[in-house]
Design a protein around this ligand. Sequence first.
Ligand code: PLP
Length: 392
Amino acid sequence: MLPHGELGRAWRDARAACRVVHLDAAGCSCPSQATFDTVVGHLQREVEIGGYAAETEAAARIEETRAAIGRLVGLAPEAVSFTANASKAFADLLSAWPLPEGARIGVLASDFATNRAFVDVLAARRGVEPMSLPADAAGRVNLDGVAAALREGLDLVAVPHVASHRGVVQPAAALTALCHERGVPVVLDAAQSAGQVDLAGIGADAWLAPSRKWLRGPRGVGFVAVAEPWRTRLDAPLEAKEGPIAARLGLGVALREMEAAGAGRVAERIAALGTLARRRLDGLDGWRVGEPLDEPFGLARTCHHLIHTKMVHTGQRRRPRPGRFAGFSENAYSLRNLRNRGVPCDPSRHASPCWPPSFCSPEAPRAPTPLARRTATTSGRAATTAPAAGER
Ligand SMILES: Cc1ncc(COP(=O)(O)O)c(C=O)c1O
């Protein structure tokens, strides 16, 4: 029985216009009707009285959104800056961070490609040295290895709380505590965790995330939040005065909805749904799941020994030969994302090594697990049935 069934019903009621079983919160959620109405309402107000006057009118609500973001990450409202998206937040933050010449930045192989590309830009421009932090086969950071890296000297650790292509939740609180023992600040990319993983008590020095994913807010807005003493040491502001005020207001509504539901309860429900999905998918007709099945998270990354899901997702229909997947960059989506943003990238450098090479290989099949219920879809392909009422 899944916990907090009333949250599932409330989620659907708040999105009566949603026409699909939406499974892409890791990419972009369906916002609630109230969020949408707030965005449109503000745009309408801009038509009626002009953008600047509408912004002045909405000033208190914008500050409420800032405060809600602060509560989410455990920082004061003034620590929070609105940004356009997570990649821009990361680039602006690291550009402004007081890094000494030749600074050593601890990174993970599972970094989102745009973030890693920007660290490489800093390496080329400012002599920054990216130091790869060790992780286990699942992609989880190895804290003993981090302790060793800290002893050798790091100036900053900048890692994803959860990677986009593998839903493994990093032990962020322990990692931060370890880094703080050596006075090393931690930047946490919470793009995939904010809105579904409890962020309380982690104590990172800086956080960033877009609104549109698990926070269920509008597109085109995100945040970066920086704790003291680092905030006053940044050498450039992180927030542009000009921006999508309507989207910032919409994010405020989405955050209030989450607070009303109870962030902890939302996290428990999503984690239970993720576990249910992974347990059902793993071993089904050659599909394998990339995460530990009980990982407390809503992402289920699947891989088939004949079909690469990321390729299907990005519209590439080519069917590579069976057995050739071990060498494929599963981060193809990130590479395309980079190129779309005009960032030159070299696949041999940005291909993510965070899935073990054997993961997609048919030579190492995982024992099939029996699937509960299956039906035929109109396309004739098999599909899982919707969860039973008690599981929704
Ligand atoms: C972990 C992670 N970091 C950063 C990003 C980049 O976010 P944005 O597209 O808002 O720049 C993503 C996007 O999927 C992500 O999953």
